[in-house]
Design a protein around this ligand. Structure first.
Ligand SMILES: Nc1ncnc2c1ncn2[C@@H]1O[C@H](COP(=O)(O)OP(=O)(O)OP(=O)(O)O)[C@@H](O)[C@H]1O
Length: 248
């Protein structure tokens, strides 16, 4: 395996809606096992970019390879090799934890034996053994999120895309969620994560910040703080975001 294998390569990736340029010539690379934060104010173009990278929406122009597959012509292969979790797409609330794992394992093409092994690992890791037959709908939000992430990486995808995965939970619960992220990254799964929480931004290896459709900065949290001459990612973000024209 190459020491620095690039699993996401985006080159001037652009999406227009009529005259409006939602994502404007973004160019960046992400390495295998990296935790890559994708930040930006509301309306900056993050979701639009992520949908293109997941093979869900065709770019207007530019190129990208995801896990080595072409974003225009190999979208089915991209979908097979990634995991995806968002606040909106989640588990089935009216199925139990076990039923959800079985269901998604089946969708991802795992064998019954693989599903059995994964289920055991997953409920043990999350400390959910005694809850396994409970409906997902009855779990607290933080547990749902952890379960949802674990299911998104059930098939050990090359990359997992997380769209604001920890919305609405406290910093301690977020920190526990991030322990799962680190474990996945240690196994070589690349993490692409959007967030509005600056404590989470600090957990990323590198951070990109979008402003009005453009990828304005990309560096480690430490380097960004240094180059902006500030002490926190909050201040870096504020300095960039206040120049934005879009947003609420
Ligand atoms: N299908 C569409 N047609 C027209 N405009 C769109 C469409 N989808 C998104 N946009 C616009 O593109 C811009 C970027 O939206 P996008 O959802 O990518 O932003 P975002 O950075 O993900 O914001 P948020 O943090 O609020 O989710 C917004 O101004 C939005 O209104």
């Amino acid at each position: 395996m190459a020491a620095d294998e690039k699993v996401i390569v985006a080159d001037k990736l652009t999406k227009r809606f009529g005259d409006f340029i939602a994502t404007n010539e973004i160019t960046f690379e992400v390495s295998k096992g990296e935790i890559f934060g994708f930040l930006g104010a509301n309306g900056a173009g993050k979701t639009t970019a992520m949908r293109m990278l997941c093979g869900l929406s065709a770019p207007t122009s530019g190129n990208a390879q995801i896990a080595g597959y072409d974003i225009y012509s190999q979208t089915e292969l991209i979908k097979k090799n990634i995991g995806y979790m968002s606040q909106k797409f989640s588990l089935y609330e009216n199925l139990t934890i076990l039923e959800n794992i079985e269901f998604f394992g089946g969708i991802y093409g795992l064998t019954d034996q693989q599903i059995k092994v994964k289920t055991e690992e997953l409920v043990n890791r999350l400390g959910l053994k005694s809850e396994a037959k409970k409906l997902v709908g009855s779990l607290p939000l933080g547990w749902k999120q952890k379960l949802s992430f674990s299911v998104a990486v059930l098939h050990e995808p090359k990359i997992v895309f997380l769209d604001e995965p920890t919305g609405g939970v406290d910093p301690v619960t977020r920190r526990q969620f991030w322990d799962l992220i680190y474990e996945a990254a240690d196994r070589g799964i690349t993490i692409f994560v959007t967030t509005h929480y600056m404590d989470e931004a600090e957990y990323c290896n590198r951070i990109s910040i979008m402003v009005d459709g453009r990828l304005e900065v990309l560096d480690t949290p430490a380097n960004l703080k240094r180059s902006f001459g500030v002490g926190t990612m909050d201040e870096v973000f504020y300095q960039l975001a206040r120049s934005a024209k879009r947003g609420d």
